[in-house]
Design a protein around this ligand. Sequence first.
Ligand code: TRP
Length: 351
Amino acid sequence: MPVPDPATKPARKRILTGDRPTSEAFHLGNYVGTLANRVRLQDEYETFLLLADLHLLTTRTTDLEEIGHNIHGLVLDYLSAGIDHAKTTIYLQSLVPEVLELTWIFMSLVSVPRAQRIPTLKEQVRDLKLESASMALLAYPILQAADILMVKGDLVPVGKDQLSHIELTRETARRFNDFFGPVFPVPEGLVGQVATLPGLDGKAKMGKSLGNAIFLTDDAQTIERKVMSMYTDPTRIHATDPGHLRGNPVFMYHDAFNDDREEVEDLKKRYRKGKVGDVEVKRLLAQALNRFLDPIRERRASFAARPGLVDEIIREGSARAREECRRTLAEAREAMGLTYFRDATTVQVTR
Ligand code: TRP
């Protein structure tokens, strides 16, 4: 049976990135953090986008029926944000079980203390009030490394909180290559231009569970209401008081989403001098956000009207991703010398 050359290189550089299907919709923080990068880069890179349901199982053991519903919503959000499924392979992690075999191989290359040093692990244990981490939660970043390396990802657009996982991925790739031969690229993480968008309440981070988020699916009235309730400069009592721009979420949103740069500069100037009220600044922000969201809303409605579309995208994308993963796994096994009974293994692939 023909076995592909070790270290076969894909023609174009690759992106792999993904999301846990924890909820049914993305918010503006997700958009500026990673979605915008994914949309921008899908022409230049061969892009794989995974829905990490196996990762979700590391912290969730109830309401699992909801996951399918969430996946559906997130795929519609991808499409409406501008991700094109003809360019980007959208797939479901659990439909590519080979990733677990690679995870198992990688687990031998990562020590327990190294895995315990990952900051997100401590955060999860604290935030979810767990007594201690499960084996699966400890292995979370190793599974992520397998996701990325399985498709030989070169670039990984992620939120800032994920960079420690990318670092572990890089170490694991280097270690495998040193031990067994050059199979994996050493990938780079890429954080969005606005690394973290503050919440409506002025908290450092926008989050669904924090109740301070604007969703891509919010309608115009909801945007209006949410923006009007936003936290601004707390030192400013009257519209004639000079205002502060630093740490003011209203202006951070203007910077991130208002396409009318002149308007933003003018508002900033007047705000600093105490020549514009918060209500006007917010009203113009709500308008800008609705201008930004209108085409997204239109695309969403047209995709949502096509029954079976999401299922088909997932089915086809997962088959395509699975083929890539099988090929990489065959290379990894070959490099490791796991060639006994090769003809009987399920990782036969043809190029
Ligand atoms: N851990 C990521 C998150 O919670 C999701 C994820 C899983 C991912 N596998 C990935 C992101 C691979 C990038 C690459 O956001």
